[in-house]
Ligand binder design. Structure first.
Ligand code: BDP
Length: 712
């Protein structure tokens, strides 16, 4: 009996340890399942030669050994001498035809050397971190089953600061987080270093992320006190070998809240001195501390305007405090004022554009991709291209606050790319947003891009297995914005699930269409901000009683008996005038404006004839229904994937797709029933009829929805 029991336990342990729970992300390193390729790789790789011993080098070595041993399922030795089959890691220049100067501080090259000794691969860089990036790239080639026997690869990041923004609170709730609690366990830090911190750093380094802001932009001054700085230092020490710098959010009123001062006025000498001392202390704990991210005078956060000072005054005061340590300040442009009655999407531009040229050299202004707030689709932010003397950094939201939260399968790379590839025409045609933020348009001396993280302490990090793809694609695009959404999806699927051709092709197609699908069932034709109040989950276009006018969906869709949409042309709020003429020209005429932005820029009559030949009302019905149909097609596609991957993630994704289908129907029904009260037109008979009344949808409540931090 005892033996049976222990056998059972053994079996469970074996099965359990092989269960595919998603923890390994895209770094699975399972044995190459193609026998011919495996044979080729084995004949080609048998040892590694390491020319370095720093913690970063050691991390690179360990990753390469673990990766190769897993993928090739054979022992890889560490050799002293280069021989046939060696992978050589070196911060050294060898005659390979590579221009090493071009690689800079983070780039790398991977070259197959043709010499007396055959099959030698050199992974070279000017720095140890470049080597680590090269190792991850090499492992990616094998994981995605690419040939590695004739390589000449050069890879250099296009943007300098590639940063995750965690909106994590010190009590471990995560603002707009849908993947469990914060991964930072402040209670057990600094003594307890969770393996997850190391794996977090590995995962980020594997996609080139080199910075992390640990705390919420709605900041808590406690993080700057010694008790917490000690914990921050422990994380910084853990991340350092992986090239990841730590940044913190600075609460502007910290001198008052924790410093005992009467004011936080940025021009007050005591305040300046307080921040200088504070910063000196921070650098004693964390010698390579990156700097601050600041949300000021926005949504109730304190800031320089409380003292009649400008955003530049506030940013510069902090910038001066960190400058001598090499730190930077990322000052957010996500501001909209209580007092200003203009269209909310105009306010950041109005506030910041006049400040161009007034910021210190170590300040970046961090701008959300669109002028409103991470909606399913927005035009690019008009500040991009409009502040030539101020480095603007991009802020994307990886977490899916307005994109179905942790339950919908929405691949975000197409959204990121749409913005990055948009033409600002700032310096003529081809002045894309990507070229603005990578500095090539205005010669910025610092460049950056941030992604609001979707990571939590769920076993698989992101709750939805496909949330991992958004983390992955943010990093890959931050490194190289020329990569396509398709290419990134392809490599993510192969590493995360399988190289099976049918799976890769079907799932890639499903991912690439998923963003437009979500737009169709949530906010088609340029609609925006029609979600539930507070938690932002689900549709609530009827809401008109929120704390301020521009928190209300009715403020944005402006539906009435004539039509729907926000007139932002010259006859309306004129937000269009914030764009260059060429950019504005594509949107200004109702008849030429692309469908995607129609109701963003125009108030359009219900019976307006669309490009499709349908009236606006019929088009709206068509879009909402096609969104639902597409989710059902995603479900069908997924069903066919059964057996091609592990059962665990197959079942998880299937359940999430069922939730997504339910939610898509809910969005469609609630929105069409509500908008119908204005259009007074019938839903065409070929579509499904809503299965509930408008009153039913209006009555739905979500009391403990995640991500609100305060259990709204
Ligand atoms: C909005 C979120 C809010 C954030 C804010 C921000 O709803 O929770 O604090 O953005 O970016 O999208 O500061």
């Amino acid at each position: 009996m005892k033996r049976v029991l222990s056998l059972a336990i053994l079996l469970i342990t074996v099965c359990y340890s092989f269960a595919e729970d998603g923890y390994r992300l895209w770094l699975r390193y399972d044995k190459v399942d193609n026998a011919t390729l495996l044979q080729q790789y084995r004949s080609y790789i048998n040892s590694i030669v390491i020319n370095g011993s720093s913690p970063t080098f050691t991390a690179a070595k360990n990753e390469l050994l673990a990766g190769l041993q897993g993928l090739l399922d054979q022992k890889i030795s560490e050799a002293k001498q280069i021989k046939q089959g060696s992978i050589v890691l070196q911060v050294k220049r060898t005659e390979t035809g590579i221009n090493y100067d071009e690689l800079g501080k983070e780039g790398f090259s991977i070259v197959t050397v043709k010499g007396n000794v055959k099959n030698v691969t050199l992974i070279s860089a000017n720095t140890d971190i470049g080597i680590l990036y090269g190792v991850f790239h090499f492992l990616r080639l094998i994981q995605t089953q690419q040939p590695v026997n004739a390589l000449k690869i050069v890879s250099i990041p296009k943007i300098q600061l590639r940063i995750l923004n965690h909106w994590d609170n010190l009590n471990r709730t995560v603002e707009r987080g849908y993947a469990g609690a914060s991964i930072w366990n402040w209670h057990t830090l600094p003594g307890y270093i969770d393996q997850r911190y190391i794996d977090y750093a590995r995962a980020n380094a594997s996609i080139g992320i080199n910075g992390t802001v640990l705390t919420n932009v709605n900041a808590n001054a406690q993080i700057l006190t010694p008790a917490f700085l000690e914990k921050v230092a422990a994380l910084a020490n853990t991340f350092r070998p992986y090239g990841i710098k730590v940044y913190l959010t600075a609460r502007f009123s910290a001198p008052v809240e924790t410093g005992g001062l009467k004011t936080a006025d940025p021009l007050n000498e005591d305040v300046k001195a307080w921040w200088k001392r504070k910063v000196d202390t921070i650098y004693q704990y964390i010698p390579d501390f990156g700097g601050f991210l600041v949300k000021a005078n926005s949504e109730g956060q304190p800031g320089p305007q409380n003292y009649q000072r400008t955003h530049a005054d506030g940013a510069n005061m902090l910038a001066d405090a960190v400058a001598s340590h090499g730190g930077i300040v990322m000052w957010r442009a996500f501001v909209y004022s209580n007092e200003t009655p203009t269209d909310r999407v105009k306010q950041a531009y109005d506030e910041f554009k006049p400040l161009d040229g007034q910021f210190r050299k170590n300040v970046l202004v961090q701008v959300k991709n669109g002028p409103l707030d991470f909606q399913p689709r927005e035009p690019f932010h008009p500040l991009f291209g409009a502040m030539p003397q101020t480095p603007l950094m991009m802020e994307f939201q990886v977490t899916m606050e307005y994109l179905g939260q942790g339950t919908h399968l929405v691949y975000e790379a197409p959204l990121f790319k749409e913005c990055l590839d948009a033409d600002t025409y700032a310096k003529g045609k081809g002045s894309t947003v990507a070229k603005v933020i990578d500095g090539s348009i205005d010669n910025y001396s610092i460049t950056g891009i941030a992604g609001v993280s979707n990571i939590g302490n769920e076993r698989n990090w992101t709750n939805h297995p496909f949330g991992q793809a958004n983390w992955y694609s943010f990093g890959r695009l931050a490194w190289d914005h020329d990569l396509s959404a398709a290419q990134i999806a392809d490599e993510w699927i192969r590493q995360t699930f399988t190289n099976n051709k049918i799976f890769v092709a079907s799932v890639k197609e499903m991912m690439l269409g998923s963003r437009q699908t979500m737009v169709n069932y949530m906010t088609p034709l340029g609609l925006h901000h029609i979600m539930g109040t507070g938690h932002h989950y689900g549709p609530a276009p009827w809401v008109s009683n929120a704390g301020r006018a521009d928190w209300n969906p009715v403020y944005y869709h402006r539906a009435d008996s004539i039509g729907i949409g926000f007139n932002r042309t010259a006859s309306g709020s004129d937000a269009l005038s914030q764009y260059t003429k060429q950019a504005a020209d594509q949107w200004k005429d109702l008849d030429n404006c692309p469908d995607d932005y129609l109701l963003w820029f125009h108030h359009v009559a219900w019976n307006h004839r669309m490009r499709s030949g349908r009236t606006l009302w019929d088009e709206l019905c068509y879009r909402y229904n096609s969104g639902v149909d597409s989710v059902r097609r995603m479900q069908n596609t997924w069903e066919k994937m059964k057996g091609l991957i592990d059962d665990e993630r197959f079942r998880q994704t299937k359940m999430f797709l069922a939730i997504q289908e339910h939610d898509a129907v809910w969005w469609r029904n609630a929105c069409l029933l509500y908008f119908q009260t204005f259009s007074r037109m019938p839903i065409p008979p070929n579509y499904e009829k809503p299965d509930h009344t408008l009153e039913y949808y209006k009555g739905l409540r979500f009391q403990y929805a995640p991500g609100t931090g305060n259990n709204l």
